[in-house]
Design a protein around this ligand. Structure first.
Ligand SMILES: Cc1cc2nc3c(=O)[nH]c(=O)nc-3n(C[C@H](O)[C@H](O)[C@H](O)COP(=O)(O)OP(=O)(O)OC[C@H]3O[C@@H](n4cnc5c(N)ncnc54)[C@H](O)[C@@H]3O)c2cc1C
Length: 409
C-alpha cells in the first residue's frame, strides 16, 4: 500500500525547515492534523549539523539569536541549552588588536576598546543613537520607513566613511553575506535591533538542536522523511511514493523549489563558505574576531569556547566563513593564516576539519524590504524565508503567517 495514503489530515506541508515546522506547530495547537513531507532525512533544512570525529560541525548558520520575536513567542528555548557568546568583537589590525564590547554589559572594556579603535567620538554617538533608535522602534515602524541600501543608510545616519569601512562593513558583511552592503537598510536595522536585544549563542549539539526543539513541539504531525514532492495542487501533493490529499497544502521549501512547484518568483541568493578549523585548546577566546588586514574571512568564532562538548578536550573548534562559494586552495591558505593571526597560534597548528559550501544560503534582501501577508499561489499556501526576511526569524514568521491564514479561512 502507498505509505502516504494512510494519512488522513487537515494540512500537508512540504518542507520540514523552520517555516514548515512553525506552521505545523500553530496548526497543531488549533487542533489541525498535519503531514509534513520532507525530502531529506532530517528536520531543519538549512539548519543542519553533523559530526566529524569528535567535532560538531554546522553545515550552514551556527548561531541562535534568542531575541528573534518568533523564537521568543514559540517558547522553544525554555529547556534549550543555549550557550551565549560574550557581546564583543575583536578587530585585528596588523599586530594590533582592539575589542569593541556592548557598553551595557562591559562598560569598562567598551571604553578601553573605543579609545584604541579608529572611531571618532561623533561616530560613537551616532552609533549609540542608531542602536537606541532601532531598539525603541517596533519592527513594524522600521519596515514602514523609506528603504535604501545598508551603505546609504549608514551614510545618511551620519556615520563617517572610515567607521563604515573599518567597522560596519567588516561586521555587517558577515551577517548580510553581502560585501557591498547593498542589502535593505530596514532589514539591517531589524538585525541591529535583534543584536541589541539578545546575545546569540550555540548549543552543544550544534544549530540543528534548534530545529529539533521546534520538531519536539509538534503533537498531531506525522513527518515523512526521504520523500521528494514532485508537484502540488490546492488539496494534493504528488511524490514518487504516491500522492496525499488534505484540505490545504503549504509549500514551505526554499524559494527555488517553490518556483518549480507553484511558479513563484525565483529569488536571488547570497552564498557562503565556512572553513572549520581545529586549533590547540584556546583560552579566553569567546566572542567574534575580525581580521581587518586580509578581509577574505568575514569573521572567526571559537564555538568550543562556550560549548566545549563540540570538540575534543585538548582542541578548539573555530568556524571561519567567507562570502561566496569558491573555496580555492589559495583562499584556504589565506584563511588559515588569518585564523592563526587572530588566535595567535602557528599556522601549522591550524588544522582543517572540513569546508562547508552553501551556494543557496540567504535570499537577497534588496531594498525596499516588503513583509508579505501569507502568500497564496494558485490556491497553495507558501512559506519560507524568501517571503519575509532572509533569516531564522523570517522563516518562522512566514510559517506562522501561513498557519494563521489557513485557520482564518
Ligand atoms: C550559510 C548560511 C548562513 C546563514 N546566516 C544566517 C544569519 O546570519 N542569521 C539568520 O537568522 N539566518 C541565517 N541563515 C538563514 C536561515 O538558516 C534560513 O533563513 C532558514 O533556516 C530558512 O528556513 P526555511 O524553512 O525558510 O527554508 P529551508 O531551511 O531551506 O527549508 C526548506 C525545506 O524544504 C525541503 N524541501 C525542499 N524541496 C522539497 C521537495 N521537493 N520535497 C520535500 N521537501 C523539500 C528541504 O529539504 C528543507 O528541509 C543562514 C543560512 C545559511 C545556510
Amino acid at each position: 500500500m502507498n505509505p502516504l495514503e494512510t494519512d488522513d489530515v487537515d494540512v500537508i506541508i512540504v518542507g520540514a525547515g523552520l517555516a514548515g515546522l512553525r506552521c505545523a506547530k500553530i496548526l497543531n495547537d488549533h487542533g489541525k492534523t498535519v503531514s509534513l513531507v520532507e525530502r531529506s532525512d532530517y528536520v531543519g533544512g538549512r539548519l543542519h549539523s553533523f559530526r566529524i570525529d569528535d567535532y560538531v560541525i554546522d553545515e550552514g548558520f551556527q548561531l541562535v539569536n534568542p531575541s528573534y520575536p518568533e523564537i521568543v513567542s514559540s517558547g522553544v528555548l525554555k529547556n534549550f541549552d543555549l550557550r551565549s557568546f560574550d557581546s564583543t568583537i575583536r578587530f585585528q589590525n596588523g599586530t594590533e588588536s582592539y575589542e569593541l564590547a556592548d557598553p551595557r554589559k562591559h562598560p569598562l572594556s567598551s571604553l578601553r576598546g573605543f579609545f584604541k579603535s579608529p572611531l571618532a567620538i561623533s561616530d560613537a554617538l551616532k552609533l549609540s543613537s542608531l542602536f537606541g533608535k532601532s531598539l525603541l522602534s517596533s519592527a513594524r515602524n522600521i519596515v514602514a520607513q523609506e528603504d535604501m541600501s545598508a551603505k546609504e543608510g549608514l551614510i545618511t545616519s551620519g556615520i563617517s566613511m572610515s567607521a563604515i569601512e573599518d567597522l560596519f562593513q567588516p561586521f555587517l558583511r558577515g551577517i548580510l553575506l553581502d560585501d557591498e552592503l547593498s542589502s535593505s537598510w530596514n532589514y539591517t536595522r531589524l538585525l541591529l535591533k535583534s543584536f541589541a536585544q539578545g546575545s546569540p549563542g550555540t548549543h552543544p549539539l550544534g544549530i540543528e538542536a534548534l530545529a529539533a526543539a521546534f520538531a519536539d513541539q509538534l503533537s498531531m504531525t506525522t513527518i515523512h522523511f526521504n520523500t521528494n514532492v514532485q508537484s502540488v495542487g490546492p488539496t494534493a501533493v504528488v511524490t514518487a511514493e504516491g500522492s496525499l490529499t488534505a484540505k490545504s497544502v503549504v509549500v514551505a521549501t526554499d524559494g527555488n523549489t517553490a518556483q518549480l512547484l507553484v511558479g513563484s518568483t525565483l529569488p536571488r541568493w547570497h552564498s557562503q563558505t565556512t572553513w572549520w578549523w581545529s586549533l590547540p585548546k584556546l583560552e579566553n577566546s569567546s566572542g567574534l574576531r575580525i581580521d581587518l588586514d586580509d578581509r577574505l574571512l568575514s569573521s572567526a568564532l571559537d564555538l568550543s569556547s562556550k560549548a566545549p562538548e563540540r570538540s575534543p578536550a585538548t582542541r578548539s573548534l573555530v568556524a571561519a566563513p567567507m562570502n561566496g562559494d569558491r573555496p580555492t586552495t589559495e583562499f584556504e591558505n589565506r584563511a588559515r593564516t588569518s585564523v592563526a593571526k587572530m588566535y595567535d597560534v602557528n599556522s601549522s597548528d591550524v588544522q582543517l576539519i572540513t569546508t562547508s559550501v552553501v551556494p543557496l544560503a540567504l535570499p537577497v534582501a534588496a531594498p525596499p524590504l516588503t513583509l508579505r501577508r501569507a502568500n497564496v499561489r494558485n490556491g497553495v499556501y507558501c512559506a519560507g524565508d524568501y517571503l519575509e526576511t532572509p533569516s531564522i526569524q523570517g522563516a518562522l514568521a512566514s510559517g506562522a503567517k501561513c498557519a494563521r491564514a489557513i485557520l482564518a479561512n
